[in-house]
Design a protein around this ligand. Structure first.
Ligand SMILES: [Zn+2]
Length: 115
């Protein structure tokens, strides 16, 4: 269950944001989760509900957006999202994972009530 430290981190970040920007309350949080990150929406929601109590982001609505890992053809350089094929759809060449893609977990945007 590696979502726990991730959610703790998320709430810490939101608290900091709230303090810096003088938010009254955070209403909505849009998260981006890469398909290779191993982060599960339901676990994030569960921990968030548990841990956000008493914080400015308590009862905020969570929205999830998922990103694909990207593959790149070693032969022709074509880039395409993971999932469709393990060889290049353009030339049939060998493909490699583009480092860092699909493993992200980040806050894309938040909706907050200003003080
Ligand atoms: Zn190719």
């Amino acid at each position: 269950m590696h979502e726990l430290p991730i959610v703790e981190d998320l709430i810490r970040t939101l608290d900091k944001e709230t303090e810096e920007k003088h938010f009254k309350k955070i209403m909505e949080i849009n998260l981006v989760i890469g398909e290779l990150s191993g982060v599960v929406d339901e676990c994030v929601s569960m921990y968030f509900e548990m841990l956000s109590e008493g914080h400015s982001c308590e009862k905020a609505e969570l929205h999830f957006e998922h990103t694909h890992a990207m593959l790149k053809c070693a032969k022709c350089g074509h880039e395409f999202p993971h999932g469709s094929s393990f060889s290049c759809p353009e030339c049939g060449g060998e493909v490699r994972l583009i480092k860092g893609t699909g493993s992200e977990f980040l806050v894309k945007s938040i909706k907050a009530e200003q003080e």
